[in-house]
Design a protein around this ligand. Sequence first.
Ligand SMILES: NC(=O)c1ccc[n+]([C@@H]2O[C@H](COP(=O)([O-])OP(=O)(O)OC[C@H]3O[C@@H](n4cnc5c(N)ncnc54)[C@H](OP(=O)(O)O)[C@@H]3O)[C@@H](O)[C@H]2O)c1
Length: 242
Amino acid sequence: MLLQGRVALVTGASKGIGRAIAERFAHEGAALVLNARSDSVDGVAEGIRAAGGSATVVRGDIADAAVVKQCIQACRSTHGRLDVLVNNAGAMPQAMLGMISLADARALFELNVIATINLTQFAARAMKSGGSIINISSIARAGLPGASVYSATKGAVASFTLAAAKELGPRGIRVNALAPGFIDTDLTRDTKAEVRQRTLAGIRLGRIGSATEVAGSALFLASDLSSYVTGQVLGVDGGMMV
Ligand SMILES: NC(=O)c1ccc[n+]([C@@H]2O[C@H](COP(=O)([O-])OP(=O)(O)OC[C@H]3O[C@@H](n4cnc5c(N)ncnc54)[C@H](OP(=O)(O)O)[C@@H]3O)[C@@H](O)[C@H]2O)c1
C-alpha cells in the first residue's frame, strides 16, 4: 500500500482521469477528498467506501475560490492533514483563431490555470509535513491547432509547476506535472475520425492511452517511489513527443 496513512485531494474526480486517480489512490490506502461539479462524484466516493476506503466529497466549480477553501477545509476537518494534491479538473473547448470568444478564453484560464494556482497556495499551507502536488498539463503545451487557448493554459500549468517546485522544495513539498497525450475519456471521445487517425499515426506505441495508465504515473508521483523527483513534467503519451 503505497499511500497508506496519506490524505489526497483530487479535483475533477467524477469521471475520466480524475476518477481513475482517485480509485487508484484509494486502492493504495489513501483517504480521499474528491471534488467535481456533478453528482456522479458522489457515486465515485460511494464506490471507494464500499471497497473499504475513505472518501469525502466537496461538490462545486473549482474555479470558484469558495469551493477551493471548502476542499482544504474538508481535508483539515475530516483528516487534520493533507499530503497529496492532484489539480486535475479541466476542460478542452476548441475554437480556431479568429473565432475565439475572450469571455470563453478567460473562463478557461480561470479553470485550467487560476484554480490550480489557488489550490496549490492553500494546499501548500496545509501540507505541514511535506507533500506532493501533481498538476495535469498536456501534450497540447507544444501547441494543438484548433485549441490554442487550451494549449496556452496547459503551457502555463507546466511553467507554474516548475516555479512552484523551486519555491516549495525547501519545505519538502514536491511539485510535478503529468502531460498526458491522447487518453480515452469524454474529453477526447468526440474527436473526428480523421484527427484520431492522424494522432494515432504519431503515437509510437500505436494506441490511445487509458485513464488508468495516467493514474499509474500519478501514483508514482504521489508516493515515496518518487521521493527525489520534483519540478518534472512527465509525458504520459505513448511516445508522441519522442
Ligand atoms: N483525455 C486526454 O486525452 C487528456 C490529455 C491531456 C490532458 N488532459 C487533462 O486531464 C484532465 C482530466 O481530463 P479528462 O480527460 O479526464 O476529462 P473528462 O473526462 O472530461 O473529466 C474532466 C473532469 O473535470 C471535472 N470538471 C470540469 N470542470 C470542472 C469545474 N469547473 N470544477 C470542478 N470540476 C470540473 C469534471 O467533472 P464535472 O463535470 O462533474 O464537474 C470531470 O470530473 C484535464 O485537466 C485535461 O485537460 C486530458
